[in-house]
Design a protein. Structure first.
Length: 235
């Protein structure tokens, strides 16, 4: 599913490849990735998510843009009874996640090595119990704001595929993008913000591990913002 052309999906903006991979990671992409890659039915049917995993799982979670995979692998190791789908178009990040999987006792991860949006279109309704969008590219220039992943279209897709009561976690270290995320999240009719105290958005939940990206505070701002929303009941 790794596309050769960066504009294969006009909604995608960003790099797909960086510096040349180490030989070991090249080998993992060639040998391990095909066994873990989420496969879309050729006839356009919705994905059979249960069939994607080698054993039964209690829930299915989705991480969109997993970067180098540190958060995803931690969640997979801590939640062996959960199937986790990770989507990441940047091949170098996919290769890093594969190295974590190869080194650990992990069999509950499936990978989308591409933009997630075509897969979102094929996920069954109410099939995802938790979703993560952590530190996506903030596209800080005003003319690039339309490229931001968190927007009404993405939230509409997530509202369709998330089960009632499912949690959506968003994070950024860019102050403008934090305000953007909160504005779109609060405006969406199918999500409730879970903050109960004024500083909740600064407090990291216990089951939300830090990553090296986050510790570098690349935006130069005041640090990360953690936003949690719940998918409202359809009833």
């Amino acid at each position: 599913m790794i596309a050769d052309e960066p504009d294969a999906d006009p909604r995608f903006h960003g790099r797909r490849r960086g510096r040349r991979l180490r030989q070991q990671r090249e080998e993992l992409v060639a040998s391990l990735l095909p066994t873990l890659e989420l496969s879309l039915p050729a006839d356009g049917r919705p994905l059979d998510l249960a069939a994607q995993f080698a054993r039964p799982v209690r829930e299915i979670w989705l991480e969109i843009g997993f970067g180098n995979g540190e958060h995803l692998i931690w969640q997979a190791q801590q939640n062996h009874d959960v199937g986790i789908i990770g989507a990441e178009p940047y091949l170098n990040g996919v290769a890093r996640l594969l190295s974590y999987i190869a080194d650990g006792d992990v069999d509950n991860v499936r990978i989308v090595p591409d933009d997630v949006r075509p897969v979102l279109d094929r996920l069954p309704q109410a099939s995802i119990s938790r979703a993560f969008i952590l530190f996506p590219d903030p596209w800080p220039k005003l003319r690039h704001h339309k490229r931001r992943l968190v927007n009404e279209e993405t939230l509409n897709q997530l509202a369709r595929v998330m089960s009632d009561g499912a949690e959506l976690r968003l994070a950024t270290d860019d102050a403008d993008y934090a305000a953007w995320m909160l504005r779109f999240g609060l405006a969406h009719a199918e999500f409730d913000w879970l903050a109960q105290r004024p500083d909740d958005w600064r407090v990291r939940p216990d089951d939300w591990p830090p990553t090296r990206y986050e510790e570098k505070n690349r935006s130069g701002g005041q640090g990360p913002v953690f936003l949690r929303f719940r998918r409202k009941s359809r009833g």
